[in-house]
Design a protein around this ligand. Structure first.
Ligand code: ATP
Ligand code: MG
Length: 763
C-alpha cells in the first residue's frame, strides 16, 4: 500500500512519500521536485507539469493553469468572472452551471470540467509517485486551503476520484505544515504542561493563510485559522505587471494588456524580477527581447520601489495575524515561534510585516516549498495501516460556523440553531434531537456569509423521511447526527426515531427504536424464537448506540460546559480515550456482544462521572447554599424576637430555645466553614461539600428547630359574646390576620431537573 501526500498548489505541486527511511519529497521525470500545476492540450497529445509550463506562451489558449480556485463554484460566481477576465484561456458554463475550460484538443473543441482538469494533474502526480515508489499508488492525502468551503472541497474530492486516487483525507495546508513541524519535535511539553503555541504562516501564489496550533507531546490542536484568500505571490506579480504596462504605454506606445502572449511574458519576467528583488535591494533590470511589434523593452526597479508599489498588499499581512491571535485568545508572549512557508513569504517586506507584528524573529527552519507535501505524507502514514508511525493526534477546526434551519410543510414556522461554531474542533459529530410529527427538511448553511469567501452560504439540504406522530398523537423524538468529517465536509450522517412504547399495566413510556416491537403475544414458538432474536439484537444495538452517543455527547461537552471542570491533562487523556473508543466502534467494536458495549460504557463513565458531578454540583450548589442561608436567617430572626419578648413566642420553653439557638449557630458555622473551604478550591477539584449534604443539613435544621420555634401557642378561650360586648374588649382576630401562628412556607423544591447540556433539543 502506498503512502503519499500531495500539495496541490495553485502554481506548484509537490509529492511527499513515506519510505522505510522516513518521509521524502520525490522528483518527477525532469528531476524536479516541483511539478507546475499546468496542462497543455495539443492537436496530438497532452503535456502536464513542466512540459506544459514551457508551452504557456506558445500554446496560449490551450494551456490551462491557475485553476485551483475554480473548484466548486458556479460559472456566474463573481470570483469566477474576475478570474475569467484575467485568464488567457476560455472558461465556459457547464450544463450543471459549474465552471468548464474550453480548449482545442486533438483538433476538436472540448469542454472540460475543472474536476477533470485537476484530475489530469493529479493523475500525473500519481504516475510520478508510482514511478518513484515502483508500485501502484491509490491511497493519498491531498492538501486544500483551510478556507475552502464544502463545495470546493467536494469538487477536489471528485477530481481525486477521476484520477483514480483514494483520498484518505483532504488536509488543510497549514495543518499539514503544523504536523510536519510537530511530529519530529522531541522537546514538546508533556500533556499536563502548558502547550507550546506556534504560529504558521503560508503565503503561496494565490492565498495567504495563518494558523495557530497548540502542541503537546504526541498531539497538535489547531486553535484558530485565518486567511486572506486574495493575497499571494500572484498579486505582487500583478502589481509589477500593471506598473510596467503603464510604463511601456508611454515609453513604447505599447498596449500590453491587449496582447495575451506579451502579457504572459511580462508576467513571467515580473515573477523573476520579484524573486530577484528578494535577494537584492539594488536596482535590477527588466529586459524582454522582441516583446511586442518586434520591439525590445527594458526597465528597472529596486526593492524600495517595489515595496512602495505593493504597500496596499503589504498592509494586508497584519489583519489575519491579529485575528488569529484574537481567536486563539493569546498574547504575543504566549507564542513560542512563528514558522513561515510558501514561496511568497520569501519577500523581505512580507517577512518584516510578520516579525514586526509579533515583535519577534521569525523562523524559516521548515522547507518553505515542501512542508505541505511532507505533512500530507505524514498524515497519510498515520492513517494508513501499511505504515507504522509514532502516534500523533491532530485536531483541526471548522473554519466557518454552520447553522441548521428546518421547516416542514405541515407544521407552522421554521427554526434554526448553530451546530458548529467557528474554530470548533473537527472532525466532530453531534446529535440533535427534534420533536416532530412528520418528515422535515434540514438546510445547512454558513452562519455568517460575509465571513466566507464564497457567494452562496448554503451547504446542503437534507430531508428526514419516515417521521410520523407517536401512537398517542404526540411528537416523535428524532435524533439527527450531524458531522464535519475528516475532509472538513459537513453532512447529516443519520437520523433515528425514538418511539414510545406503552407496556400494559405500566404507565411509563419506554423509549425504543422504530424497528421492533416486543408486543404481540400468542405467537407460535417458532416465531417466538425469532422475536427473541430480534429483541436481543435490538438490545445489542441499543448498547452500542449508547456507547456512541456517550462518546459524541461527552466530547462535545468537554469543549463546552465541562471544559472548566477538568484539568487540561485529564481532558487530553479523556479526549484520546473517546477518540479511541470512536475508532474502536468503527473497527473491532463494530460487531460485539451487548455485554462488551456495556462494559465499554461503564469504563467511560468511570472517567466521565466525576467531571459530570463536579459540573452538576457547581450548577446546583449556589442555590441550595443560598436556601440554607436564608433558612438560618429566618430562624435567627425568630430567636431574636423571642429574646426581645415578642408575645408571639412568649409561650416557648427557655431551655429548649437555648438548644435551638445553639443548633442554629452550629449550622451557621458549618455553612461558613464549608463555603470558605469551597471557595479555595478550583473548579477542577471535587467539591468539599455536596449538594445532597447541604440539603440534609437543611432538613435536620428544620426537624430540630421547627417543632420548638413554631410550636403553636396555647389557645385562649374566647370570652362569651355578652361579656365581650360589656367589656368592650376585642380578643378575636384583628383584621382577620393574627390569632394563627406564622409558619414559614415549606422550602419549595426548586431542584428542577436540569437538561443535560451539550445535546441540543429543539422543537
Ligand atoms: P497556493 O499555496 O496559493 O496554492 P502555491 O503553493 O503553488 O500556491 P508556492 O509554491 O508556495 O505557491 O509559492 C509560489 C509563489 O511564491 C509565487 O508567487 C512565487 O513567485 C513566489 N516566490 C517563490 N520564491 C520567491 C522569492 N524568492 N521571492 C519572492 N517570491 C517568491
Ligand atoms: Mg501552497
Amino acid at each position: 500500500m502506498s503512502v503519499v501526500g500531495i500539495d496541490l498548489g495553485f502554481l506548484n505541486c509537490y509529492i511527499g512519500v513515506a519510505r522505510s527511511g522516513g518521509i521524502e519529497t520525490i522528483a518527477n521525470e525532469y528531476s524536479d521536485r516541483c511539478t507546475p500545476a499546468c496542462i497543455s492540450l495539443g492537436s496530438k497529445t497532452r503535456a502536464i507539469g513542466n512540459a506544459a509550463k514551457s508551452q504557456i506562451v506558445t500554446n496560449v489558449k490551450n494551456t490551462v493553469h491557475g485553476f485551483k480556485k475554480l473548484h466548486g463554484r458556479a460559472f456566474e460566481d463573481p470570483h469566477i468572472q474576475a478570474e475569467r477576465a484575467k485568464l488567457p484561456y476560455e472558461l465556459q458554463k457547464m450544463p450543471n452551471g459549474s465552471v468548464g475550460v474550453k480548449v482545442r484538443y486533438l483538433d476538436e473543441e472540448r469542454l472540460f470540467a475543472v474536476e477533470q482538469i485537476t484530475g489530469m494533474l493529479l493523475a500525473k502526480l500519481k504516475e510520478t509517485s508510482e514511478n518513484a515508489l515502483k508500485k501502484p499508488v491509490a491511497d493519498c492525502v491531498i492538501s486544500v486551503p483551510s478556507f475552502f468551503t464544502d463545495a470546493e472541497r467536494r469538487s477536489v474530492m471528485a477530481a481525486a476520484q477521476i484520477a483514480g486516487l483514494n483520498c484518505l483525507k483532504l488536509m488543510n495546508e497549514t495543518t499539514a505544515v503544523a504536523l510536519a513541524y510537530g511530529i519530529y519535535k522531541q522537546d514538546l511539553p508533556a500533556l499536563e504542561e502548558k502547550p507550546r503555541n506556534v504560529v504558521f504562516v503560508d503565503m503561496g501564489h494565490s492565498a495567504y493563510q495563518v494558523s495557530i496550533c497548540a502542541f503537546n507531546k504526541g498531539k497538535l490542536k489547531v486553535l484558530a485559522t485565518t486567511f486572506d484568500p486574495f493575497v499571494g505571490g500572484r498579486n505582487f506579480d500583478e502589481a509589477l505587471v500593471d506598473y510596467f504596462s503603464e510604463e511601456f504605454k508611454t515609453k513604447y506606445k505599447l498596449n500590453v494588456k491587449e496582447n495575451p502572449r506579451a502579457l504572459l511574458r511580462l508576467y513571467q519576467e515580473c515573477e523573476k524580477l520579484k524573486k530577484l528583488m528578494s535577494a537584492n535591494a539594488s536596482d535590477l533590470p527588466l529586459n524582454i527581447e522582441c516583446f511586442m511589434n518586434d520591439l525590445d523593452v527594458s526597465s528597472k526597479m529596486n526593492r524600495a520601489q517595489f515595496e512602495q508599489l505593493c504597500a496596499a498588499l503589504l498592509s494586508r499581512v497584519e489583519p489575519p495575524l491579529r485575528a488569529a491571535m484574537e481567536q486563539a485568545k493569546l498574547q504575543r508572549e504566549d507564542i513560542y515561534s512563528i514558522e513561515i512557508v510558501g514561496g511568497a513569504t520569501r519577500i523581505p517586506a512580507v517577512k518584516e510585516q510578520i516579525s514586526n507584528f509579533f515583535c519577534k524573529e521569525i523562523s524559516t527552519t521548515l522547507n518553505a516549498d515542501e512542508a505541505v507535501a511532507r505533512g500530507c505524507a505524514l498524515q497519510c502514514a498515520i492513517l494508513s495501516p501499511a505504515f507504522k508511525v509514532r502516534e500523533f493526534s491532530i485536531t483541526d477546526v471548522v473554519p466557518y460556523s454552520i447553522t441548521l434551519r428546518w421547516k416542514s410543510s405541515y407544521e407552522e414556522g421554521t427554526g434554526e440553531c448553530e451546530v458548529f461554531s467557528k474554530n470548533h474542533a473537527a472532525p466532530f459529530s453531534k446529535v440533535i434531537t427534534f420533536h416532530k410529527k412528520e418528515p422535515f427538511d434540514l438546510e445547512a448553511y454558513y452562519t455568517h456569509p460575509h465571513e466566507v469567501p464564497y457567494p452562496d452560504s448554503r451547504i446542503g439540504r437534507f430531508t428526514i423521511q419516515n417521521v410520523g406522530p407517536q401512537h398517542d398523537g404526540d411528537n416523535s423524538k428524532v435524533k439527527v447526527k450531524v458531522r464535519v468529517n475528516i475532509h472538513g465536509l459537513f453532512s447529516v450522517a443519520n437520523a433515528s426515531i425514538i418511539e414510545k412504547q406503552n407496556i400494559e399495566g405500566d404507565q411509563n413510556d419506554t423509549p425504543m427504536d422504530t424497528e421492533s416491537s416486543s408486543k404481540n403475544q400468542g405467537r407460535d414458538d417458532e416465531l417466538g424464537k425469532m422475536m427473541m432474536q430480534d429483541k436481543l439484537e435490538k438490545e445489542r444495538n441499543d448498547a452500542k448506540n449508547a456507547v456512541e452517543e456517550y462518546v459524541y455527547d461527552f466530547r462535545d461537552k468537554l469543549c463546552g460546559v465541562f471544559e472548566k471542570f477538568i484539568t487540561e491533562e485529564d481532558s487530553n487523556k479523556l479526549t484520546l480515550m473517546l477518540e479511541d473508543t470512536e475508532n474502536w466502534l468503527y473497527e473491532d467494536g463494530e460487531d460485539q456482544p451487548k455485554q462488551v458495549y456495556m462494559d465499554k460504557l461503564q469504563e467511560l463513565r468511570k472517567f466521565g462521572q466525576p467531571i459530570q458531578e463536579r459540573y452538576m454540583e457547581h450548577e446546583e450548589r449556589p442555590k441550595v447554599l443560598n436556601e440554607l442561608g436564608k433558612k438560618i436567617q429566618l430562624l435567627m430572626k425568630a430567636v431574636e424576637a423571642y429574646k426581645n419578648k415578642d408575645e408571639k413566642y412568649d409561650h416557648l420553653d427557655p431551655a429548649e430555645m437555648e438548644k435551638v439557638e445553639k443548633y442554629i449557630n452550629e449550622a451557621m458555622n458549618w455553612l461558613n466553614s464549608k463555603m470558605n473551604a469551597q471557595n479555595k478550591l478550583s473548579l477542577t477539584q471535587d467539591p468539599v461539600v455536596k449538594v445532597a449534604e447541604i440539603l440534609t443539613k437543611s432538613k435536620e435544621l428544620d426537624s430540630f428547630c421547627n417543632p420548638i420555634i413554631y410550636k403553636p401557642k396555647p389557645k385562649i378561650e374566647p370570652p362569651n359574646d355578652a361579656q365581650s360586648k360589656a367589656n368592650g374588649e376585642h380578643n378575636g382576630p384583628v383584621n382577620g390576620q393574627s390569632g394563627t401562628e406564622t409558619k414559614p412556607e415549606p422550602a419549595k423544591d426548586n431542584s428542577q431537573q436540569t437538561k443535560p447540556p451539550g445535546e441540543m433539543e429543539v422543537d
